[in-house]
Design a protein around this ligand. Structure first.
Ligand SMILES: NC(=O)C1=CN([C@@H]2O[C@H](COP(=O)(O)OP(=O)(O)OC[C@H]3O[C@@H](n4cnc5c(N)ncnc54)[C@H](O)[C@@H]3O)[C@@H](O)[C@H]2O)C=CC1
Ligand SMILES: O=C(O)C1=N[C@H](C(=O)O)C[C@H](O)C1
Length: 247
């Protein structure tokens, strides 16, 4: 477990220790090197660290011949592309066929909300995303909200829809971040864990898709599923929806 001392890392360690078919062999955190020695024979590593560290961790895991399940946010097309290249290089050099699974959210309610939103997107003139999180979160907007907005934008583009209508002329800072043309709003509030609302509007009607993770245990079935499945999926997989056959 990389990030073992963190909020998610501690929860994952407890979940793995409670699973009869899994064994927790190493707990690493900031300052620990990721090497075959420190990984202590792990077959799969789980990374819940920080956006500034996660890519380097994944490259070190590939070099060590270990499959990776990654929940940390901050990934871009470029950083994911470098992982694809690294995996291909190792396989071409006769190395192991490794799997890396990066998921912005392992919660079933969040994965389903993103799937439903992608399906609904083509039918609505307006779409916006609101994500709500605990105030200790270091990144905004959330990885889940970025993934959701990107999926909505792709579905709108496929359907030939233009931008959502918006007459704003001033005060753009109040209109949230622009993710692929979809407005994303981030709330940080003590007491929250992780929540998302996807709002769709047409003349005279509204669809709201909402999901709530009230506790980090909500992410554990998805994380454990990914740990069990990742070795059967060589290459890079992005999103738990692919493992759940929702894609
Ligand atoms: N995909 C998902 O379902 C979820 C993803 N997340 C994401 O997971 C990440 C971690 O979230 P939290 O656990 O809440 O954060 P946290 O701040 O509680 O934990 C992060 C841990 O990583 C450690 N760390 C920092 N640099 C490191 C390095 N180079 N190597 C190893 N460990 C290092 C820190 O010391 C800390 O213990 C965030 O990016 C968050 O957005 C959080 C919840 C669910
Ligand atoms: O930092 C968090 O807590 C979470 N981060 C992920 C994200 O940014 O989407 C997943 C979930 O929202 C919790």
């Amino acid at each position: 477990m990389l990030g073992a001392a963190g909020r998610m890392g501690a929860t994952v360690c407890a979940a793995v220790e409670g699973a009869a078919d899994l064994e927790l062999v190493a707990r690493l955190d900031a300052g620990d090197e990721v090497t075959p020695q420190t990984l202590r024979g792990a077959q799969v590593a789980v990374d819940f660290t920080v956006p500034s560290a996660t890519e380097a961790n994944v490259h070190a895991l590939i070099d060590a011949g270990v499959h990776a399940v990654v929940g940390t946010t901050g990934w871009t097309d470029e950083s994911r592309g470098r992982v694809v290249e690294h995996l291909a290089r190792v396989a071409a050099d006769g190395g192991p066929s490794l799997g890396v699974l990066i998921a912005p959210n392992f919660g079933l309610s969040a994965v389903l909300a993103m799937t439903f939103a992608a399906k609904a997107a083509r039918y609505f003139e307006s779409a916006e995303v609101v994500e709500l999180h605990h105030p200790d979160k270091v990144d905004a907007p959330s990885g889940t909200a970025r993934h959701t907005a990107a999926a909505i934008a792709a579905a709108r583009a496929d359907a030939g829809l233009g931008p959502s209508p918006d007459a704003t002329e001033s005060g753009w800072e109040a209109r949230g971040a622009d993710v692929d043309g979809v407005r994303v709003h981030a709330v940080r509030l003590r007491g929250l864990v992780a929540h998302e609302e996807i709002l769709f509007g047409n003349a005279g009607e509204q669809l709201v898709i909402r999901q709530d993770s009230f506790d980090r245990v909500s992410f554990m079935p998805g994380v454990l599923l990914a740990v069990r499945e990742v070795s059967a999926r060589p290459g890079l997989t992005v999103g738990l929806e692919n493992v759940l056959d929702l894609a």
